[in-house]
Write a protein that binds this ligand. Sequence first.
Ligand SMILES: [Zn+2]
Length: 298
Amino acid sequence: MTTPARAQIEHIFTVDVEEYFQVAAFERIVSRHEWGTYPSRIERTIETLLDLLALYGATGTFFTLGWIADRYPFLVRRIHDAGHEVASHGYWHRRVDTLSVREFRDDVRASKAVLEHACGAPVTGFRAPNFSIKPGGEWAFDVLLEEGYRYDSSLFPIRRPGYGYPSAPPVPHLIHRASGSICELPPATTTWRGIRIPAAGGAYLRHFPFAIIRRAFAEHSANGIPATLYIHPWELDPEQPRMNVPFPTRLRHYGGLARTIPRLRRLLSEFRFTSAACALKLEAPLQPLAAKVSNAAD
Ligand SMILES: [Zn+2]
């Protein structure tokens, strides 16, 4: 039965398309020039996701690595042909806060070109690896605008070691820069005892009580504001090869993998999801989805 919340608003389903060996937590043990030597599992995990979304009549945005598109252009085409949006997760999965302006420009330009070639459609969205646009990294928005991107989903409005942009509004908003305006879609959060906590997907979806995740989406529905969910293909793959990493990393990365699909099913059955491009109505001039328009990221 359709709940009132499901009927009211479409949230934004996003996927960071990367292999199980490309996550930043493994950077020190898996160098980029070795990526091609690992057995690929991306096709089967993407198929699982596509089947799941089709089952619930949902669409999403697939932030895909340029490296993946270069090796599996048919997979990018498959995502596009299934009715989803293809966007960029960079080419080499490099944190933005480790790159120069020139290096970042080269990376987002290369990924856009190879993704557009693979799917035959414009690529206008970007998500930084590890949400790595942090305070001080706002120059990245100028580069994205100059390279033809129209929206970003890299500012995680939380305080956390390694990433986070605590002052960013926790709702979709426009960021005004010298190069123009770019729409920001922050991953979903909720507030607990006065503290803003992440509730958007990834490890939080697997490790937190489901009630917290559900509450975040219900709150956004009640306010008429889309919430952004993110997931990785390897999170739907409990059988993936294990990397020899310290215990905290093992727990964060491999803990609760069997919960991913059941929890996604619950969210997909209770709430409606679409792509960022559809939520933003990208064929029209950009408008903020939420009432709050902010220059906070200037
Ligand atoms: Zn990533």
